[in-house]
Ligand binder design. Structure first.
Ligand code: IMP
Ligand code: MG
Length: 180
């Protein structure tokens, strides 16, 4: 069973729902009258994105990007590769990048520059989780739901080797899973 690989539940389903709802309300206020486009970074942010977009009450468009920086390991390779770029034009849009977790920050600092170069009007970052202890580049989330300790976490979209994304909560993975 998937649950057997989880050391402990870090953020429950209820806590997630509550935080995402509040974030949606905040974003709805902050982006009133703007040209909001949510950019979800596949695949880790899909669950967060699906919940967050429904908690936003102002008009918003969505798009998806897919990047790879990790392979199937637990440490960043430092190399960000775009696997799927944006479909929509960015001119004049207020972009909110929706991420699962801000770890070293390499992925998001690369994405921010990439999106800036495409002519966005503004760019901000909304991350579900922030792991500030592991930051390697100077980048801060504009919106963050939870700060997490330096442990490998899975669930609510986050994976280890493509597994555990469908857990409804965020849990700490037992180290024996990735150490074997
Ligand atoms: P960064 O470029 O190091 O900030 O890495 C960001 C990406 O690494 C995230 O979008 C995740 O896919 C992955 N990642 C970092 N930490 C974790 C974790 O604890 N669990 C699952 N994925 C993680
Ligand atoms: Mg990811």
């Amino acid at each position: 069973m998937m649950q057997d690989d989880i050391q402990s539940v870090l953020i429950s389903q209820e806590e997630l729902a509550d935080a995402v709802q509040k974030l949606g309300e905040r974003i709805s206020k902050d982006y009133e009258g703007k040209n909001l486009m949510l950019v979800s970074v596949l695949k880790g942010s899909v669950v967060f994105m699906a919940d967050l977009m429904r908690a936003i009450t102002i008009p918003a468009s969505i798009d998806f990007m897919s990047v790879s920086s990790y392979g199937s390991g637990v440490k960043t390779s430092g190399v960000v590769r775009i696997i799927k770029d944006l479909d929509e034009e960015l001119n004049g849009r207020d972009i909110l990048i929706v991420e699962d977790i801000l770890d070293s920050g390499m992925t998001l600092s690369y994405l921010k520059e990439h999106i800036q170069a495409k002519g966005a009007h503004s760019i901000r970052i909304a991350t579900l989780l922030d792991k500030p202890e592991r930051r390697k580049v100077d980048i801060h989330p504009d919106y963050s739901c939870f700060s997490v300790p330096d442990e490998f976490v899975v669930g609510y979209g986050l994976d280890y080797a493509e597994r555990y994304r469908n857990l409804p909560y965020v849990g700490i993975l037992k180290p024996r899973v990735y150490e074997k």
